[in-house]
Design a protein around this ligand. Sequence first.
Ligand code: APR
Length: 251
Amino acid sequence: MLTPHENPLDRAVALIRNAGHVIAFTGAGISVESGIPAFRGEEGLWKRYDPRCLEIDYFHSHAGEAWRVIREIFYDFFTGAKPNAAHRALADLEAHGRLRAVITQNIDNLHQEAGSRVVHEFHGNSQVLLCLRCGQRVPARAVDLTQLPPLCSCGGMYKPDFVFFGEMIPEKARAASFLEAERADVLLLVGTTGEVMPANLVPESAKRHGAAVIEINTAPSLHTPRVTDIYLEGKATEVMQALRDAVLAQK
Ligand code: APR
């Protein structure tokens, strides 16, 4: 894709400016600079916590233990996290008509808080708890998490309304994500290892339907050799700001 002298960033900017339908697909790496640790890698959460706590069967059989891990990761860590310059750069590109949608694997709500309007949450959102008995959904901030597992007024147990390993992807988000992937002519792939199914099929689908893939990451991912056309190594805040500035600078 690159002629020897072309700067990858300039090539990426040209692709975005000439595109008709740009989308972004993001993972935990875009929120690392907001203080939320990624799941994998040297400092990854799965080095410190047992990922079984996010498996739906284990959650049902070890609710108290699973909830203690879930509270620490998704309610203690997440609370207070703010969008960073990478989230804001995507929101700016959307506001200027240069980005149609964000598809995110993240459940931290930071894209919405940064101002992105079209956000498809492939793994749901940690802001809501669901009662497993009566089906009531309540804001997580309205529930006292000092007593675990938290119980609904009906006596049923609350589960965070995000996708656990072994659960189905919410149909609305799944369908919208693959529809966007089929329409995209450029996909910005930001901060994901590409290790988790079926989310990792979204960039593959975009590529199969003709999209050019621009990957932003601090290290190569499983996607890099398979779908990436332009690999921009670096922190999401730095690369996304440079991309946003260059794309929006030219009239
Ligand atoms: N800027 C850009 N990329 C970064 C940064 C950064 N500052 N820091 C880390 N990364 C990259 C890492 O190189 C890695 O590729 O972010 C990625 C983080 O990978 P994971 O922790 O595996 O996150 P993700 O790919 O989103 O995981 C997918 O796994 O545990 C489940 O449901 C959870 O949605 C999550 C899914």
